[in-house]
Each structure stands twice: as structure tokens, then as C-alpha cells.
Design a protein around this ligand. Structure first.
Ligand code: NDP
Length: 294
């Protein structure tokens, strides 16, 4: 039997609708709206696209966005100064510094300078540290991991007591999503490039989160029948039949996997739209906290 497709696009649209309604309520009650500052350094086309998408999404739900575009040769001190100004600006509830930064800038220093109250990406070491500890709540959970859990919850997939396997241990996806699954009482295995017998480990997963960045690496016969598969990977593969010459695929061989899994996210249209929806949610949560609404 074919898996139920988890429609991230539709779920993200529902969440954006909920956020827009809450922003409207905030405006009526407090005459304030949430504000997100997006800082872009340099002229990477992909980063420009991501920032543009985030600003558009803000406008759609009534969140004010403030854009800062700095040249690729901006000094670390100038960038730090901007972050500090944004920390002090009460109209800004979230600060987003688009990664990657140019090589001469230490991203740990920059991310660490963002006020923990405005760290809507959830990458501040204090937020990640709290996420990794028992009974310590971070102020913000990183957007893509939060989106993965939201997809499971909104599809009615129970997490507690399930065997969860996370492929990947990066700071922005693998590690935080694993911590979230652990907090929700899953029995957890984290895999990485040195894991032995990967297919056998993956076959134990009731819930599989794939975040490795390897096109269609996870085959259909790695999947436990009925499992929930969340595919975070976004990989471009050559496709001369497409105008752009490529198409996007996930880390999971979707066509094979959907014949075995119980639930599966497509790429594109699965986790991707959720990442931006969670950024909006984090920005709204920050503004609610500032106004004493949360
Ligand atoms: P990273 O490259 O930072 O991390 C990849 C992880 O996968 C590492 O932990 C690495 O192991 C592991 N890995 C690599 N190769 C293998 C392998 N052959 N077998 C097992 N594990 C392996 O990637 P990110 O976490 O940043 O991103 C992962 C994917 O998710 C990418 O495709 C990215 O584009 C996508 N992504 C999608 C988002 C969305 O919104 N949809 C947002 C963010 C990312 P090790 O630690 O040992 O090196």
C-alpha cells in the first residue's frame, strides 16, 4: 500500500493563517506587530533568494521585516555593531543573520552576539544548550527541527515510545531534531558518516528523519513497513528535461520509499515550507513574550 503523503505546503499554509490571526489580534489589542530583521552579507544568489522568501512570508502574515544588506567585505566589527543595534531596537523581535557568512567573519562570534531573546533561528549556543538538557526550555527551537516535529504532530503521528532514527548530526538540523525527539520520549538513534550498517539501523525506525544532504541515499528496502519518514534533504540532480537543467530531490528515494512507508514527506513541498512557517512562529512568540502575552 502506498504511504500517506504529508503535505508540508498545506500544513505550513494553515500555520501561516494561524499566525496572521494572532498578529491581527496583537495589533488590535496592543497596536504593535512583530518585527523580524534579516541581515544579508554579500551577494550569494541562494542567500538572496532565501532572504527574499522570508521577507515575503513576513508580509503575508503582517510581520514587519527590516532588511540589511552589507557588502561581502564588511568587517566583523561593523557586523557586530549592527547586531548590537538590532538587539537594542524594540521594534525588532527576531534577528536573522543569513548563513553562510564570508570566510573572514567568525559566525560563532556573530551568532553568539545576537540577544538570546531575539534568536529566532535558535542557533545561539545558550538556546542549543538548553535544548540539549533535561527540564531546560530554550527560548527558541531551530526552525527546521521544529517544523519536522510539527509535521509529525499535525499528521497525528505519536512520538512517545517510538524508535526514532535521525540521519545527520549537524548543529542546525540533525542534533536539535534528535534532542526534540528525545524530549518527546522517543527511543533515539543518531547516525552519521561513520555509522556502520546504516541500512540495518534505519530499518528499526518507526520515525525516520533524514538530514544528510545525499541525493536519494535512503532506499525503499531500508524503510520499516508503516514508518513515518521526514525527508529534510534538498539536493539538486541533473535533469535535462527541466528548463533549469536540474530538479530537487530529498535524501530518500521517494518513489521506492512511499511503497513501504506509512507516511512520507515529498521534496519539495515537505519540510521546506515548514522552516519559514516556524521562523514566523518564533518571531511571533518573541513579540508575545515582550508584550507579556505568552
Ligand atoms: P550537514 O552537511 O551540516 O550535515 C550532514 C550530516 O549528514 C552530517 O552529520 C554527516 O555526518 C551526515 N552524513 C553525510 N554523509 C553521510 C552518509 N553517507 N551516511 C550517514 N550520514 C552521513 O547538512 P545539514 O544538516 O545542514 O543539511 C542536511 C540536508 O538538509 C541538506 O540537504 C540541506 O540542504 C537540507 N536542509 C533543508 C532545510 C529545509 O528547510 N528543508 C533546512 C536545512 C537543511 P558527519 O557528522 O559524520 O559528517
Amino acid at each position: 500500500m502506498s504511504a500517506q503523503i504529508i503535505d508540508g505546503k498545506a500544513i505550513a499554509a494553515t500555520i501561516r493563517g494561524e499566525i496572521a490571526a494572532e498578529v491581527e489580534e496583537m495589533k488590535t489589542k496592543y497596536n504593535r506587530v512583530p518585527g523580524l530583521a534579516a541581515v544579508l552579507v554579500g551577494e550569494r544568489k541562494d542567500s538572496q533568494t532565501y532572504v527574499r522568501m522570508k521577507k515575503r512570508a513576513c508580509a503575508e502574515v503582517g510581520i514587519t521585516s527590516f532588511g540589511y544588506e552589507l557588502p561581502a567585505d564588511v568587517s566583523q566589527d561593523e557586523l557586530l555593531k549592527l547586531v548590537q543595534e538590532l538587539n537594542a531596537n524594540s521594534n525588532v523581535h527576531g534577528i536573522l543573520v543569513q548563513l553562510p557568512l564570508p570566510d573572514h567573519i567568525d559566525d560563532e562570534t556573530i551568532l553568539g552576539a545576537i540577544s538570546i531573546e531575539k534568536d529566532v533561528d535558535g542557533f545561539h549556543p545558550l538556546n542549543i544548550g538548553r535544548l540539549s538538557m533535561k527540564r531546560r526550555d530554550p527560548l527558541f527551537v531551530p526552525c527546521t527541527p521544529r517544523g519536522c516535529i510539527e509535521l509529525l504532530d499535525r499528521t497525528g503521528i505519536e512520538i512517545e515510545g517510538k524508535r526514532a532514527v535521525v540521519l545527520g548530526r549537524s548543529n542546525i538540523v540533525g542534533l536539535p531534531v534528535a534532542m526534540l525527539l528525545l524530549h518527546r520520549n522517543a527511543t533515539l538513534t543518531i547516525c552519521h558518516s561513520r555509522t556502520k550498517n546504516l541500512p540495518d539501523v534505519v530499518r528499526e525506525a518507526d520515525i525516520l528523519i533524514a538530514a544528510v544532504g545525499r541525493a536519494e541515499m535512503v532506499k525503499g528496502d531500508w524503510i520499516k513497513p508503516g514508518a513515518a519518514v521526514i525527508d529534510v534533504g534538498v539536493n539538486a540532480v541533473d535533469d535535462p528535461t527541466r528548463k533549469k537543467g536540474y530538479r530537487l530531490v530529498g535524501d530518500v528515494a521517494f518513489a521506492e520509499a512511499k511503497e513501504v512507508a506509512g507516511y512520507i514527506t515529498p521534496v519539495p513541498g515537505g519540510v521546506g515550507p515548514m522552516t519559514i512557517a516556524m521562523l514566523l512562529r518564533n518571531t511571533l512568540d518573541s513579540a508575545k513574550r515582550e508584550l507579556g502575552m505568552a
